[in-house]
Design a protein around this ligand. Structure first.
Ligand code: PEP
Ligand code: MN
Length: 361
């Protein structure tokens, strides 16, 4: 297996291409699957780097945890045959060593590793003195400091070529996403570290195929540098993340269908700026809804209490004091009395309805 690779792309150039498109299976499964995926991706002409998970950090034990080191020679062969450099996720020092031994071109640190400074440090220590680009996924929880900390640990180990992958944040409860994008956090990272590559991972944000295109488009509209998208020769039968994978050909179409921003175009700049502001509005609206939902839960608890103690729902004094408080606050925040009244009436009515249901149940 110790084959010399004659035409290796210089490390420093691997992440330079814009847009940078990385694709490949969630997991390497068989030699044949890896080779076919690589060849079909290369044939689309849209892909710059082949990705494949070799060691899979799965949330629950018992599911497929990756093919392990024996998959690395498959990647080496696929790389040679397709001409695509390869990227692999690493979470331990040993995995870094193994990946580098088999000529992996790009390493990435996964979301479940970024959360743990001990693991990140172990990976960083194994990278000391090595010239390889490293991509760092955001941690699964919405904490920028952890993301920044991981980046600093890797940089301190001497890695020059560091990039970021935005893959969304896990949230409790059902949403339309597997991992909520929370675009504002990625935007804030881009604002703080404008020189770093930032690509988007719509696959792990969506968790399903049907909304991949729109999430990818949002990322491009927000001026991301590229995408990492999972693809598989037989997506429905993939050994991991089956629901979110697409065939190499669908991936090719998806990339073609993206409306790419062109440089030096005033209207494109304007569009990107507008999109950022719209995302801020969406995030704030989401937060408001979340908080309103919580408010109703508290109202229901009050309903339970009133029921147990035989108290009426509406208590006029309490309502007046809520309104007085709101007017005073609203005034400081530039909200008109008219708006505050309408808003509180609506919220209050909804609360009463929730309480009513509890008290009459
Ligand atoms: C992956 O890329 O397959 C993966 C495990 O992703 P994440 O670390 O974003 O969950
Ligand atoms: Mn995956």
């Amino acid at each position: 297996m110790e084959q010399a690779i004659e035409q290796k792309t210089p490390t420093a150039d691997l992440l330079k291409k814009r847009p940078l498109i990385i694709s490949g299976p969630c997991s390497a499964e068989t030699e044949e699957q890896v080779m076919q995926t690589a060849m079909r991706l290369a044939a689309t002409g849209k892909v710059d780097i082949l990705r494949a998970g070799i060691w899979k950090p799965r949330t629950r034990p018992g599911s497929f945890e990756g093919i392990g080191t024996k998959g690395l020679p498959w990647l080496q062969q696929a790389r040679k045959a397709s001409g695509l450099p390869v990227a692999v996720e690493v979470a331990t020092g040993k995995q870094v060593e193994d990946a580098l031994h088999f000529d992996v071109d790009v390493l990435w640190i996964g979301a479940r590793t970024t959360v743990n400074p001990f693991s990140v440090q172990e990976v960083a220590d194994a990278l000391r003195g090595v010239d390889v680009p490293v991509l760092i996924k955001n941690p699964i929880n919405p904490d920028l400091e952890l993301w920044i900390g991981a980046m600093e640990r890797v940089q301190k180990a001497g890695i020059k070529d560091v990039g970021l992958i935005h893959r969304g944040f896990s949230s409790y409860g059902n949403t339309e996403y597997r991992n909520a994008p929370m675009w504002h956090l990625a935007i804030e990272m881009k604002r703080r570290y404008p020189e770093l590559l930032m690509i988007n991972d719509p696959s792990h944000i969506c968790g399903r195929r049907d909304i991949l295109q729109e999430v990818a488009q949002t990322a491009i509209d927000l001026d991301f540098d590229g995408l990492i998208v999972e693809s598989h020769i037989d997506p429905d039968n993939a050994w991991s993340d089956a629901k979110q994978q697409i065939t190499p050909e669908v991936l090719g179409e998806m990339i073609s269908n993206i409306r790419w921003r062109t440089e030096d175009s005033a209207s494109e700049e304007y569009h990107a700026a507008l999109e950022k502001l719209r995302q801020q509005i969406n995030n704030l609206d989401d937060e408001l809804m979340q908080i309103l939902g919580q408010r109703m839960k508290v109202a229901e608890n009050i309903g339970k209490y009133k029921k147990d103690n035989n108290i009426t729902i509406l208590q006029t004094n309490r309502w007046n004091s809520i309104l007085e408080r709101a007017f005073a606050k609203g005034d400081k925040l530039g909200l008109s009395k008219e708006f505050v009244t309408k808003y509180f009436d609506a919220v209050h009515m909804e609360s009463i309805n929730h309480q009513n249901k509890i008290m009459n149940s």
